[in-house]
Design a protein around this ligand. Structure first.
Ligand code: 5GP
Ligand code: MN
Length: 344
């Protein structure tokens, strides 16, 4: 490929599947490019980059996410074009699901799959259920956005400043701004390519990391007062009830960074944070620092994710603190099995 400093064979990308993805996209006129509920930076980035890229390739490609877009993405171009219904596209030729490990993560857009609309899945989650007709799933990528970059560049789609910025957003956020394991030379090279094409790293960092509202800090104060350690300090957990979010007028999915702060405690390997969205329903976010696979726990409770970041939604009777006990004891059992030399 002329002009590209990487090759697809550098990753374990299956060229046959890559070709199938491009041919399915070429054959379609009307496409829905769909991300997941509770969208994060990689989701918003992948949905918008792929949609804008394909629009420039002459496609009617609609960015779709069945969820309100969190406020930190307000300042990014084309965010207002993300549609949570796509009512005027009742029979798309293709649905492309990005950054989504299972069909239920697509919210209302999963119904297209049931109706037999052809589908392509582009994702990097180890727990991906391969729910598309064509599945481009590669866990060696730091982010889905990195896969989208390679796809668009392979298709020789032109990048301008806006597209570069949008594509950079997902690589930066899904690597914790280039800190997590899995950040290798290719991440820096791909990010550098986007910076060269006009992405502004300082703008992305400022929008995502430096726009906390005072209400976020008040919530953090409440979450810290619920903070506990268990399993010899290896596990930190906390939670917030629906009332706390209501009190400060913050949506529960807009308080997603706190679990990372729990993990940052020195003794901690595993962090668990539960946010109640309505009475008896909570989203549980989990993070691990090194050896512990939180996606295993998430899967056992009906969710998914990666080794070091995973989550699920649970329903429960009684109070949230009590509901967390079951998860903590499950984690305790896995920890004991992971440390067979531990006499306790
Ligand atoms: P977070 O804790 O930030 O919500 O999510 C961390 C990771 O776990 C992300 O990669 C996300 O896609 C995945 N994840 C979170 N919640 C769920 C869920 O309910 N189901 C599945 N399959 N994955 C989830
Ligand atoms: Mn991702």
């Amino acid at each position: 490929m002329s002009g590209l400093h990487w090759s697809l064979s550098e990753r374990k990308i299956d060229l046959k599947i890559f070709g199938q993805v491009i041919s399915r996209i070429s054959d379609a006129k009307k496409l829905i490019i769909c991300g997941h509920i509770m969208p994060d930076g990689d989701c918003v980035s992948s949905v918008l980059s792929l949609s804008i890229g394909l629009q420039r390739w002459g496609k009617d490609a609609r960015p779709a996410i069945d969820w309100p877009i969190p406020h930190e993405f307000d300042g990014f171009p084309f965010v207002e074009t993300i549609d949570s219904f796509c009512e005027d596209m009742v029979s798309p030729d293709l649905i492309v699901a990005v950054d989504s490990s299972s069909a239920d993560r697509l919210g209302r857009f999963s119904s297209f799959l049931g109706e037999g609309v052809p589908s392509v899945v582009i994702d990097h989650h180890a727990t991906n259920s391969l729910f598309g007709d064509t599945n481009l799933v590669d866990t060696s990528f730091s982010s889905t956005a990195q896969m989208v970059l390679r796809l668009l560049r392979f298709m020789e789609i032109e990048y301008d400043q806006d597209l570069a910025l949008l594509n950079y957003l997902g690589i930066a956020t899904d690597t914790g701004f280039f800190r997590y394991s899995g950040v290798d030379e290719t991440v820096f090279r791909d990010a550098a390519e986007l910076v060269k094409m006009g992405a502004d790293p300082a703008f992305v960092a400022m929008q995502i990391l430096e726009r906390n509202r005072i209400e976020d800090l008040y919530l953090k104060r409440d979450a810290i007062s619920n903070l506990e350690l268990c399993h010899s300090g290896l596990v930190a957990f906390s939670y917030l009830n629906e009332g706390a979010f209501k009190k400060y007028g913050v949506k529960e999915d807009e308080f997603s960074g706190f679990v990372n702060e729990l993990r940052a405690i020195d003794s901690v390997e595993i962090a668990v944070f539960a946010s109640e969205s309505k009475e008896g329903i909570a989203h549980v976010s989990m993070r691990s620092k090194t050896f512990f696979d939180v996606s295993f726990v998430a899967k056992a409770f009906g969710g998914g994710g990666h080794k070091n970041a995973a989550g699920f939604t649970m329903s429960y009777g009684g109070n949230l603190r009590e509901a967390l006990e079951e998860i903590l004891s499950f984690i305790g059992n896995v920890l004991r099995e992971a440390q067979p030399d531990n006499p306790s």
